[in-house]
Design a binder for this molecule. Structure first.
Ligand SMILES: Nc1nc2c(ncn2[C@@H]2O[C@H](COP(=O)(O)OP(=O)(O)OP(=O)(O)O)[C@@H](O)[C@H]2O)c(=O)[nH]1
Ligand SMILES: [Mg+2]
Length: 332
């Protein structure tokens, strides 16, 4: 027979207990809640349930994305100071979807955001995905809700990279800042469309380097060609993150963007859309998982054989598989 878990250990792991401790200011408990979210499974679900309702406590989520080394962490460090100057507490998530481990990111970001290491009003955490169903794109909004629930009303999300997944994660924010550098143009040509879609504010960081004016022209031309733009044309700002130049104006622009979203009703619409995306993504993942697990995977393998053998087309094979789980509520 298994040894019963000692009470102290059990309470350390219990999501409800962790949440209470985290809300009382225990940052280690906040870190453990985020670990549970990362790892997925039943404990992550419990955290998700517990932190969902209080997520109303989240005032603002700001995404900072851009190519590796663009200066996102240095800039985020400066933005933390702007938020703290208003007296509010701030949570920071640093996410690197391309890396299965958060170790490297943790080190880099800790160094870059060292200015706030002793400030209790700041919580910084790097995230990787281990078992979370749907990966970081689904773990990120849950992590944001954890931060809101423990009393960090402003959340900054730093996402490395300019690929599809990064853009997807960055798009979970109320305001998304896309960081580029002088001489940017050609390097991310392929992803310009994706960046354009999510950018609420463009920042040309490292404006102390040559080529900033050309980059601004590039971005301006790109925005001129954008036919889908609404009432908000993404402003193009310049910063020098390591001196702090331009950062106050950047935060003022974030304020202006949020005010615009509120005035137009777009903030509520965006948040509704994000929740819909999240719910839809979970439906897809759960359904696919159930289908893959039919008869221990045998049905999936058989269907694949039928498709490869050209006996059944992929669409029909999918319909057949889904039909086999319909009416059966997901086991988990
Ligand atoms: N010249 C100059 N260097 C900067 C500026 N901002 C950041 N840097 C430097 O650029 C390097 C990368 O900065 P980070 O803040 O780590 O960039 P990052 O985008 O977070 O990098 P990853 O998270 O690794 O993608 C560091 O050496 C910074 O000191 C700037 O405005 N001008
Ligand atoms: Mg960084």
């Amino acid at each position: 027979m298994a040894e019963p878990t000692p009470p102290s250990r059990r309470s350390r792991r219990d999501p409800e207990e962790l949440l209470r401790a985290a809300q009382a200011g225990d940052r280690a408990a906040t870190g453990r809640l985020l670990s549970l979210v990362e790892r997925g499974g039943a404990p992550a679900r419990a955290v998700g349930r517990l932190t969902f309702a209080p997520s109303a406590a989240i005032e603002r989520v700001v995404g900072v994305t851009g190519a590796p080394g663009a200066g996102k962490s240095t800039l985020t460090d400066r933005l933390i100071a702007e938020v703290r100057a208003t007296g509010r507490q701030v949570g920071v998530l640093a996410i690197d979807p391309s890396s299965p481990f958060s170790g490297g990111a943790i080190l880099g970001d800790r160094v870059r955001m060292q200015g706030h290491a002793t400030d209790d009003g700041v919580f910084i955490r790097s995230m990787a995905t281990r078992g979370h169903l749907g990966g970081l794109a689904l773990a990120a909004p849950e992590a944001v809700r954890v931060l809101g629930a423990v009393g960090l009303p402003v959340v900054l999300i730093e996402t490395v990279g300019v690929g599809q997944v990064e853009v997807e994660i960055a798009g979970k924010a109320d305001t998304t800042i896309v960081v580029v550098n002088p001489g940017w143009g050609d390097s991310v040509q392929a992803n310009k469309a994706g960046l354009l879609e999510i950018a609420d504010i463009f920042v040309i960081n490292k404006a102390d380097r040559p080529g900033a004016a050309e980059t601004r022209r590039d971005l301006d031309n790109m925005l001129d060609l954008d036919t889908h733009m609404g009432a908000w044309r993404p402003p193009i700002l310049s910063t020098v993150a390591h001196t702090g130049e331009g950062v106050d104006e950047l935060w003022a622009t974030v304020d202006a963007h949020v005010a615009h979203l509120e005035a137009t009703g777009e903030l509520a619409a965006r948040r509704r859309r994000r929740l819909e995306d999240e719910m839809g993504a979970v439906v897809l993942r759960l359904l696919e998982r159930d289908v893959r697990e039919l008869e221990g995977g045998a049905r999936w393998a058989g269907a694949l054989d039928d498709v490869v053998g050209r006996r059944v087309d992929p669409y029909q094979a999918a319909i057949n598989l889904i039909g086999s789980v319909e009416g059966t509520p997901p086991a988990r």
